[in-house]
Write a protein that binds this ligand. Sequence first.
Ligand code: CAA
Length: 395
Amino acid sequence: MISFAFSEEQQLLRRSIREFLEKELRPVSAETDRDARFPAETIAKMGGAGYLGTIVPEKYGGAGFGKVEYCILMEEIGRVDASVATILGAHSSLGSSALLYYGNEQQKQLYLRQAAAGEKIISFNLSEPEAGSDAKSIKTTAVRDGSCFRISGSKMWATNGREAGIFIVFARTGGRGAEGITAFIVERGAKGLTFGREEDKMGIRGSSTMQLFYDDVVVDGGNVLGGVGNGFKVAMTSLDVGRLSLSAASLGMAGRAIELAISHARRRVQFGRPIGELQAIQFKLADMGMRSRALHYLVYATASRADGLGPNPAEWKRSDREEMTRDCAIAKCSASETASFCVDESLQIHGGIGFTKSSEIERHYRDARIYEIYEGTNEIQRLLIGRDMIGRGWQ
Ligand code: CAA
């Protein structure tokens, strides 16, 4: 038997997260977007409520959520504010996952604990001016110097760059390709780590996106994460989690776009009746509903399959890992395009008012666009999916 129902506990979890976000996040979202301001007070409250450490095992101060529960959290955040989904995505899905799956005991006791408690936010520094989609071509170097490494180079698109206390940075310790890349844990305040331009973005304006410079930053060898030469795997494993969690956030945004469209269609009267009674509007809602419902099953089936394979992807069989990489790419790509479709149709149903700053859908319309770009563009997701289909076939 296949069960697609959430357990009592999962439903309760969703309700309590929604209650928290409606009280603490929704009232500030329009303002933090308008002012391009990091919602520090809300993030602090989320830390206090344990939402910054959900995927971290209890042993390290977290809640020990599986992927299904984590997707519930991300879906609920995505319903309200994509900036916060982005902040949590970089901190938790990327940063905490890297520490959890590849950190040694000492690193987990120190850094993962701080991250889980929300004492320190994580920034994940992979992309560079000349290395975006082609992540293997990073030029930042880490040169061994006795028991330390000296890191030099520049990074781009670093979410949480302005607020982070911990930076997971990827640098080249060896020759070309994936084998020469190593992940490091760098703390804020490290000499030589400086901050460049902050991007002025069209959406997710409540999250910071920074350029970072590593100028001969000395890092102790004990801060190598996952072993020398293993950094590309650290990055890719974390990005699989990130892509799944973004699919849940996109699902939340699609659902919110539908709610807003229904509410507007019930209220707005034209030609003597609510526009929701017109088939032109109902057909739009039906298309949004079909795509969103299909996405719901895709996201949670993928999360549930990941949970079934065991808590640490770094320990999965290679064929299982490859299947999950493909499925996380499928989920991320379909979800971001579904979110874009739904916010676009919802805005159309809103008419002129949807094109103004007074409507919530206007913010989601701008925010949705990034889901098709970051954590691997949808072209990269299609590359991963198609390449796997040709290589391993379709089952
Ligand atoms: N888990 C573990 N290992 C993995 C893996 C995964 N998901 N994916 C690949 N690997 C391993 C491979 O097995 C291979 O190792 P072996 O040779 O030992 O088998 C090695 O890594 C190299 O893999 P590939 O040959 O597949 O590498 P590629 O260069 O052909 O393809 C890519 C890689 C898919 C194009 C990759 O570069 C990619 O995902 N690019 C997009 C980068 C990206 O998503 N950037 C976003 C950065 S985060 C961000 O957006 C900022 C933020 O703050 C939110």
